[in-house]
Design a protein around this ligand. Structure first.
Ligand SMILES: Nc1ncnc2c1ncn2[C@@H]1O[C@H](COP(=O)(O)OP(=O)(O)OP(=O)(O)O)[C@@H](O)[C@H]1O
Length: 346
């Protein structure tokens, strides 16, 4: 636990201290990741200087309003951003290898081997006219062309068992499976090569609540087996609360807070994180929901200073003019907000 605490850009003394205090060796280091979409209407900076670390076996929940950049972050880490988008800076280092520095062939090998991505709606992208087993075998063979057919099949069967699916699924077609089973097949494909990092983008959307839980438990279990770092992207804060170690909150392409799940739910620091948490129903405020005033800004016309300032009830003068930089607080949290400038200056 406790290793998502760094940002290369802060330069703050606290940043180094908090980084060193992380006791899980970080297997993933994302530094200064930047993505811009060049649209007909103008430049949209969808990822702005995103930095964080994640240790083996850690689970990070990535939350934020629609359009805040969560999927862009996943795609950028996989180097799968397509035009009009462009990765304009940053590094994504897994076990000492910077994915951004690999050539195309090296990156193709790294996908599934070092980093696996289970995209939004993955279960609907299974090939309907190929048996599940054939799709799994293809995935392994493209990385291990010299492996024997029986070794590849054993690997696929092992992955199916890991996600609690019957071996008979190997010979089935996608239409013969329930939504939850299809999602588990996607997880099985994701872990075929036992990657160090798994990113699952809304893995439980479009599933009923019981199946959602089963899918999350499956992710939990396979993570334990292969000790991967997992990034879960989603909107369901309740599900996040039960399954992740850390929560990262994104707003307009920036990470505004990264905290342990307990800290985030009991005492969020960033005003946007506070608003997000207080908009959740709980037993004390039954029937009373506090929305977040205003709308998420268009990336084409971001407000000056802090992008959240027009919606922030704590905004000060400088929030509309000076862009806050990510800081690490003494308690190890990452925060991008002027309210904490004094604390990090000491
Ligand atoms: N292909 C594209 N062309 C232009 N702009 C894009 C494209 N894809 C994403 N964007 C911009 O990038 C921003 C971030 O989008 P992204 O899909 O990463 O958000 P998200 O947080 O994952 O949203 P959701 O929760 O709805 O999936 C969006 O506001 C959008 O304006």
């Amino acid at each position: 636990m406790n290793s998502i605490v760094t940002t290369a850009q802060t330069g703050s003394r606290n940043a180094t201290k908090a980084y060193d205090a992380g006791n899980a060796k970080s297997v993933l280091q994302v530094k200064g990741l930047e993505v811009t979409y060049y649209t007909d209407l103008g430049r949209a900076k969808a990822l702005d200087d995103v930095s964080f670390n994640l240790g083996a076996g850690e689970k990070l929940g990535m939350v934020g309003e629609s359009g805040s950049g969560k999927s862009t972050m996943a795609l950028a880490m996989m180097r799968m951003i397509k035009p009009p988008g462009r990765i304009e800076g940053g590094s994504v280092t897994i076990d000492g290898v910077d994915l951004m520095a690999l050539d195309d062939d090296g990156m193709r090998k790294a996908r599934l081997d070092k980093i696996a991505y289970i995209p939004q709606g993955a279960m609907n992208s299974l090939n309907p006219v190929m048996r599940i087993g054939a799709q799994m075998v293809d995935a392994v063979r493209s990385h291990m062309p010299r492996e024997s057919g029986s070794a590849i099949k054993d690997r696929c069967m092992h992955a199916l068992r890991s996600v609690d699916l019957d071996p008979s699924v190997f010979r089935m077609y996608a239409h013969e499976l329930s939504g939850g089973m299809k999602q588990r097949v996607c997880i099985a494909i994701g872990i075929l090569l036992e990657p160090k990092v798994i990113i699952a983008d809304e893995p439980t959307s479009a599933l009923d609540v019981v199946t959602q839980r089963q899918v999350m438990e499956t992710i939990d279990r396979v993570q334990d087996q292969i000790n991967a770092a997992v990034i879960l992207i989603g909107h369901d804060m309740g599900l996040m609360a039960q399954f992740v170690d850390k929560v990262a909150v994104m707003y307009a392409g920036r990470l505004v807070e990264v905290s342990s799940v307990r800290d985030m739910f009991t005492a969020p620091n960033h005003p946007y994180a506070r608003a997000l948490i207080s908009s959740l129903p709980n037993l004390d405020n039954k029937g009373v929901f506090q929305g977040i005033p205003g709308l998420a800004p268009s990336l084409l016309r971001l407000p000056g200073g802090c992008a959240f300032h027009p919606r922030c009830s704590f905004a000060m003068d400088k929030c509309s003019t000076v862009r806050p930089e990510p800081q690490i607080l003494a308690n190890g949290r990452l925060i991008t907000c002027h309210l904490f400038d004094e604390e990090t200056r000491q």
